[in-house]
Design a binder for this molecule. Structure first.
Ligand SMILES: Nc1ccn([C@@H]2O[C@H](COP(=O)(O)OP(=O)(O)OP(=O)(O)O)[C@@H](O)[C@H]2O)c(=O)n1
Ligand SMILES: [Mg+2]
Length: 412
């Protein structure tokens, strides 16, 4: 048997990018031999084994043949006579289809039958063979790699192939967990807008995320949005979130905050009265569809509903600020509120020519919240009860103590 490094580890080493987990391919072995060497089988669909000590993935060389629609729609063929070249042929991109000796230090020659090195040099994401079609998740992977390697282009023939796959209905059968896995990874990449641009260019965005796809071509008021187009704005907000190093929750909230602009009645344009509520509604559908984790879902909902109010908060008095904090559940969840402010800053600066503008709302609302948080809720509630107040009136009394604290901070 012979063992090679493949995939991202080879690619990223050649790109001199930070090292991550290594994927291995094993040629000329049977599952029985692997088990005898102490490897643990893990693949449900493929013959993949975990190394007894490093726990890295070792896959037996294999070929794949499509047998139906979607992610699980293929038959795997593995045997000791599948060659390295055959295994590389079924991989997604040329830059991912290079193999290196197991003890490779990054300088020796790599096995590169599909010219991955030339494509790395030329900064091109190109499919290896027509076998690309066999796995529709690859549409998402190419989009995600475009966001990560943002100075790479997608080869025209690869984009064309992706378009054909979408037209053949391949994007309709993707497993929600896999979609979210790839989308969330792409959101965390250096330039997340590129993922959505690639998905849009091949037609997959319309299928996977029509809520976003609809935003292109929808105008906004030029005095607030010099970029005018709602889709362009959404992408600028997302890239601002990446620039400000925001976590996934914030980036997802940025992605979804303006969905409601896509369903604004035509006679209202370019104004978008009430889009916040429509965004929250549409967001719910996306979260159900993709089984989006709760922290992402909750922040996105908060940002969808409140971003307008947060932008317009500069003149709010103490009572209005406390009402805003209560609506946002900021007293109980200050960290989540901090993330909402972060997303709002991305929204404000994700506009053409506004990129360097200050966003004082973020600091002001955060400091005001600190003032509100100095109030000891238990003591304030006790005092109110001693005055004979009951039920809802106690809550109101606590809120008014908070208003006093915020007012004192505003005066200071
Ligand atoms: N749908 C897929 C998934 C994986 N691969 C192949 O399996 C390798 C390892 O997959 P994975 O670890 O998911 O991706 P990497 O390319 O290693 O990238 P990352 O840095 O994200 O791990 C890829 O390079 C590619 O050769 C593929 O062809 N098609
Ligand atoms: Mg990998």
């Amino acid at each position: 048997m012979k063992i090679y490094k493949v995939g991202g580890a080879v690619r990223d080493r050649l790109l001199q990018r930070p090292f991550h987990d290594t994927d291995w391919v094993v040629v000329g072995a049977t599952p029985q031999e692997m088990t005898a060497l102490g490897f643990t089988p893990v693949g449900r669909d493929f013959p993949v084994f975990l190394h007894p000590r490093t726990h890295e993935e070792y896959a037996l060389a294999r070929t794949e043949r499509k047998s139906g629609m979607g992610y699980r729609g293929f038959v795997v063929h593995t045997s000791p006579d599948v060659t390295l070249q055959e295994d590389l042929a079924r991989r997604d991109l040329t830059v991912n289809a290079m193999a290196a000796p197991a003890d490779w230090t990054g300088v020796e020659a790599v096995f590169d039958p599909y010219n991955g090195q030339a494509d790395l040099q030329a900064k091109v994401l190109r499919h290896v063979t027509d076998a690309f079609r066999e796995d529709p998740v690859r549409i998402l992977r190419v989009a995600r790699f475009a966001a990560r390697f943002h100075d790479f282009t997608v080869a025209p023939e690869t984009l064309q192939l992706m378009r054909e796959m979408v037209q053949a209905g391949e994007a309709d059968h993707l497993v929600p967990e896999r979609v979210w896995q790839e989308i969330s990874r792409g959101l965390m990449a250096a330039q997340p807008s590129r993922m959505f641009e690639v998905l849009r260019a091949c037609g997959a965005l319309k299928v996977l995320l029509p809520e976003l796809d609809r935003l292109w071509g929808v105008p906004q008021r030029a005095e607030y949005h010099p970029e005018v187009d709602s889709g362009v704005h959404a992408m600028m907000v997302l890239d601002m979130a990446a620039q400000l190093d925001a976590p996934l929750t914030v980036r997802f909230a940025c992605l979804c905050h303006d969905f409601g602009k896509g369903t604004t009645p035509a006679d209202m344009l370019p104004r978008h009265i009430g889009h916040e509520q429509r965004s929250a509604q549409l967001l719910k559908g996306v979260c159900d569809r993709w089984r989006v984790p709760n922290d992402c879902k909750e922040l996105a909902d908060l940002v969808a509903r409140e971003h307008g109010n947060i932008h317009r908060s500069q003149d709010l008095n103490a009572a209005a600020l406390v009402r805003l904090y209560e609506r946002c559940d900021a007293i109980r969840k200050p960290e989540r509120f901090a993330q909402a402010l972060w997303a709002c800053e991305c929204d404000a600066r994700g506009r053409l020519g506004f990129e360097e503008r200050p966003y004082p709302q973020r600091q002001r609302l955060w400091q005001g919240l600190q003032a509100a948080l100095t109030v000891d809720t238990a003591t304030a509630a006790q005092t109110a009860a001693q005055r004979g107040l009951k039920g809802k009136a106690i809550g109101e009394a606590v809120a008014s103590v908070r208003v006093q604290a915020v007012a004192a901070w505003l005066d200071s």
